[in-house]
Design a protein around this ligand. Structure first.
Ligand code: AMP
Length: 355
């Protein structure tokens, strides 16, 4: 048995009851409800105002019931109701962002995965400490502009969609950057982006085993980003900058990708390091997570970010991916979450996968 992530009091509302999979109606909720339904678990959609009509268009992914709140921020006022429903909240990017990581972490309702991860992910410096101390390669951070070699990307803290990010092809070009707030100057990694969807289970003891539990690769995507993806069509970025046209990185969609098979050992190695270190630091990042990085021409994978929960790129693979099909045909990340809940419950190990 591994460490408990949840106290007996937190899980008391699930005692002797079939849990309900609950999430905010957004992001990857269709997949989460579809997966729970396939595993025979009831579902609850948390929505702002009236239940969204678009669920009527997807009968296999429509939640059994809805719980309406005036605003996402009002969720703490309905925790009693959630406990009465034996709800397990499944976090996704929009859920955590709209509520705020601190308010999410404070909810006194069972949450799928280890909520302690929120404190490590929401602070970019702590995230870097975690990944670098795991031995994961990351883009270099430049504290002193005199050290800059090669292209750089300047990121403002908390900039949504990379708004205001500045790209410079070398140290000299950075002279055109006039900061308007706190920012970091980072090596701009040249290569191809891969967003790898993994799942870590502390209760599975076969497959790609770690010191505790095991690791699965469920899919991979690349994000479409406006306007950077198509900016080149208008000409050189430096010229565009003079005309007031700046690159942005607003995610507008996702495309499926696969990795050269010979690079898969590297992908698993990076994921395994991140998980082993998370076990040491805060008891383990349980459930789905996404490693976001760039493969260079020297076949080095540099990680610029991780998402510590289900990412929207998994929506490509509701009926399986070239990777998850080799585990079980048709397995989605949403279904994998529900499966983990079901298996942990059957083994009396819910405290290891919920917090
Ligand atoms: P972020 O806000 O860190 O998720 O970055 C937004 C986007 O900027 C990413 O999806 C990448 O396309 C790009 N990006 C971020 N960091 C780097 C980097 N160090 N090198 C190259 N591209 C990057």
């Amino acid at each position: 048995m591994g460490p408990s992530l949840a106290s007996p009091e937190r899980l008391a509302c699930l005692e002797g009851r079939t849990p309900t999979v609950a999430t905010l109606c957004s992001h990857s909720s269709l997949q989460i409800f579809h997966g729970a339904r396939a595993e025979g678990l009831p579902t609850l959609g948390i929505c702002v105002g009236e239940p969204p009509r678009f669920y009527d268009a997807f009968p296999l992914a429509r939640p059994d019931r809805f719980l309406s709140v005036p605003r996402v921020k009002d969720l703490p006022s309905v925790v009693e109701r959630l406990r009465a429903e034996a709800a397990i909240l499944v976090p996704h990017g929009s859920f955590v962002e709209y509520l705020g990581p601190e308010a999410f972490a404070a909810l006194d309702v069972p949450v799928f995965g280890n909520r302690a991860v929120l404190g490590w992910e929401s602070d970019r410096r702590k995230e870097r400490d975690w990944l670098e101390s795991a031995g994961v390669a990351m883009p270099k951070l430049y504290e002193d502009p005199a050290e800059i070699q090669g292209p750089v990307i300047v990121k403002y803290y908390g900039a949504k969609g990379g708004k205001g990010f500045f790209l410079a092809k070398n140290r000299d070009a950075l002279a055109d950057f006039h900061p308007t707030g706190p920012h970091v100057v980072q090596e701009y990694v040249l290569g191809t982006r891969y967003y790898m969807h993994f799942f870590y289970s502390p209760i599975v003891h076969h497959g790609y085993r770690l010191s505790r539990g095991s690791l699965e690769l469920l899919g991979m995507d690349r994000r479409d980003e406006a306007n950077i993806d198509e900016l080149y069509k208008l000409g050189a970025q430096e010229e565009l900058l003079k005309a007031g046209l700046r690159p942005t990185f607003v995610v507008t969609g996702n495309v499926p990708v696969i990795l050269r098979e010979s690079l898969l050992p590297r992908a698993f190695d990076v994921a395994a390091r991140i998980i082993e270190r998370s076990i040491e630091l805060f008891g383990g990042m349980v459930g789905p997570f996404c490693i976001e990085g760039i493969m260079t021409e020297d076949l080095e994978y540099k990680v610029f970010e991780i998402s510590t929960r289900i990412v929207a790129g998994t929506n490509l693979f509701i009926s399986g991916s070239p990777y998850s099909d080799l585990i079980e045909p048709g397995l989605s990340t949403g279904r994998r979450i529900a499966r983990e809940i079901r298996n942990a419950r059957a083994d009396g190990r819910l405290a290891e996968v919920l917090s």
